[in-house]
Design a protein around this ligand. Structure first.
Ligand code: ATP
Ligand code: MG
Length: 387
């Protein structure tokens, strides 16, 4: 008898060549997540199994596995050789204290076993009732669901609880994107959601030191660290926006200031994408949340880049974004009061419906190429390790 962790992944994507790729990545990501812990990982038809670990470390391992994208559930299970007497013995030993109703559910991938799933369910149900006469079977809403899985490796797995994992697709299965990471609530959530769809992340943060503080930068480092628990290691590019912001402030109409700032941010993000093999830009924008997040504003900012811009929060309410931020553990850091570069010299009435034409005219007053080149030279790179 062994204690193992049974891992489940969405079957939906398990087709042909994709399946091999998916599993290869998933396994690599699990191994990387459990770095430093002794264990073995085996694959048997439709399941991955973590075994040969120290039971004392099981909680820690489960917690880490729950952050692996591509897994949908993890169950701590007993592994035994597939023999009826072994299975009977195990279900007899289950603890039903304080429990009133139960159900046995059998999955029989091992078709060689002499009983059908239904026969075995009934049989094991009566074994449980024999040992625990106070129990009743409830096939619809049992308090305890005893899962018995007979796998093709001639092993049987028994468990009664499955914990949810992060879902989504294995990290890296969708390539790599560049996240525009501010110190706010939205962009870390946007990064998390894109990683959930398989996108690995690099990130860029713009600061306006000395207008913005050292703490503002540290806050962003902390946020990157927090999302790395899900998103894996992140190369964070920290770029000075000070001169750009001063020049825009000096030369452009105040109501277009944010529009032009965003256009410069996008251009730099695209440059970084090209240099670092990223195929998309990711932002935390949400339709209508502020003046710079109207359809027209996004059109004007998109116009300076050719790569796709992923805005996973586009249709989310702030409340819903905050819920996810709490769930992934970034909320408390995000609400720390350090200012973002976007709030420096903030105009009173930013334009709600900017036009590309007007933005282009105003930008002629700036040496955009030179500004971008100097900002790129200011770049500092921090490697955030997988959390
Ligand atoms: P957030 O909560 O993510 O800061 P926000 O609601 O404050 O978003 P904006 O300040 O308009 O909205 O920013 C919109 C998006 O632009 C952010 O989600 C982020 O992706 C990007 N962004 C804003 N400021 C910065 C910055 N200083 N560095 C990098 N990206 C930024
Ligand atoms: Mg912000």
């Amino acid at each position: 008898m062994n204690r193992v962790l049974l891992l489940k992944f969405g079957e939906l994507f398990l087709k042909g060549k994709n399946k091999r790729e998916f599993l290869k990545l998933l396994k690599r990501n699990i191994v990387s997540k459990l770095n430093g812990i002794e264990f073995n990982l085996v694959e048997t038809q439709g399941r991955l199994i973590v075994c040969e670990y120290d039971v004392e470390q099981e909680d820690e391992i489960v917690e880490k596995l729950q952050t692996v994208f591509g897994l949908i559930g993890v169950a701590s299970a007993i592994e035994i050789d597939t023999l009826l007497e072994n299975i009977e013995k195990q279900v007899k030993e289950l603890d039903f204290e304080g429990v009133k109703t139960f159900k046995v559910e059998v999955k029989r991938a091992d078709k060689a076993f002499f009983m059908t799933s239904m026969e075995l369910e009934r049989h094991l149900g009566s074994v449980v009732l024999g040992k625990n006469p106070h129990l009743k079977v409830d096939v619809y809403k049992p308090q305890v669901l005893v899962n018995v899985e007979l796998r093709v490796n001639v092993k049987t797995y028994i468990y009664d609880k499955q914990l949810p994992c992060a879902g989504g697709l294995p990290l890296g299965s969708a390539g790599k994107g560049m996240l525009l990471l501010s110190g706010g609530i939205d962009s870390p959530v946007a990064g998390y959601l894109m990683s959930k769809r398989g996108l690995k992340l690099e990130a860029v943060h713009f600061h306006s030191y000395p207008y913005t503080s050292v703490q503002a930068k540290e806050k962003v480092l902390e946020l990157a660290k927090e999302i790395s628990a899900y998103c894996g290691k992140i190369k964070l590019h920290i770029v000075s926006f000070t001169e750009i912001q001063e020049e825009i402030h000096k030369n452009c109409d105040p109501e277009y200031m944010i529009t032009i700032m965003r256009r410069v941010m996008m251009r730099i993000a695209q440059k970084l994408c090209e240099e670092n093999d990223c195929g998309a830009i990711v932002t935390g924008e949400s339709l209508g949340q502020v003046a710079s997040q109207t359809m027209q504003s996004m059109n004007v900012t998109n116009a300076v880049v050719t790569l796709p811009v992923f805005r996973p929060l586009i249709a989310f309410d702030k409340e819903d974004i905050m819920d996810i931020a709490r769930k992934i553990g970034t909320y408390e850091t995000s609400i720390l009061p350090y200012e973002d570069c976007c709030t420096v010299f903030l105009p009173k009435n930013p334009v709600i419906r900017p036009t590309i034409k007007r933005a282009q005219i105003l930008e002629r007053r700036l040496d955009i190429e030179g500004l971008i080149e100097r900002a790129m030279q200011s770049k500092e790179v921090v490697e955030i390790l997988e959390g």
